[in-house]
Design a protein around this ligand. Sequence first.
Ligand SMILES: C[S@@+](CC[C@H](N)C(=O)[O-])C[C@H]1O[C@@H](n2cnc3c(N)ncnc32)[C@H](O)[C@@H]1O
Length: 212
Amino acid sequence: MDIRQVANKNKYDLAASGYDVIAFLMSLGQAPRLYDEVAIKLDLPQGGTVVELGCGPASVVPSILKKYGESIEVIGIDFSSKMIDLANRKKAIHSWRNVRFECMDMYDFSPTEKVDSVVFCLALTAMPDYKRAIEKAVSILKPGGQLLIIDSIPLKSKWHHPISNAYIYLKSMVVGAKPDGAIVDFINERTAQVEEREMVLGVYTLIDARKR
Ligand SMILES: C[S@@+](CC[C@H](N)C(=O)[O-])C[C@H]1O[C@@H](n2cnc3c(N)ncnc32)[C@H](O)[C@@H]1O
């Protein structure tokens, strides 16, 4: 793990207990809606497996389970032990039997079989190197598997984007994220059938892509 990664991990350990409140406030109260939209877009076969990289305290898992129940497997990966403790607490409280969390650097995660979907939920721009993170996600997907990302990515096609971009950059200074408009170009280079949808007036973008 390089020095930026260690600093990142310590930051998330410190923020873990207040994370859900911080995410709610920073998303202008839209976090629950963002999590539901991820679950709506998730496209898993019966018995399929979704891996969430940078799962935090399992914030999106309830929305995924509301849609799929126990018909799928959910694996959450996070390198913050405090985040994983919170996620495991939720798992125990709600008796999630088809969900498991692993505390590790996502770059060390190697499933025995390739998976159907990989999700980055508000996590991609939290990582210092988005290209490396996307390459890792693609490497664990089956051919045709789904890469689903929701994050704050600066946009530039509509009149209001300078305003949403200003908020994205302000928020990134508070939470230490690295927003970069080139993320979408890179996903287009590395995957197929890319669909993008802006949400919350462009503060968030939902990207649905397939491994070639
Ligand atoms: C902004 S939080 C997102 C949490 C959650 N997915 C959500 O939807 O709210 C980003 C998470 O990514 C994790 N993370 C960042 N880099 C990571 C890495 N290299 N490996 C594993 N987890 C990582 C952090 O510990 C943090 O919990």
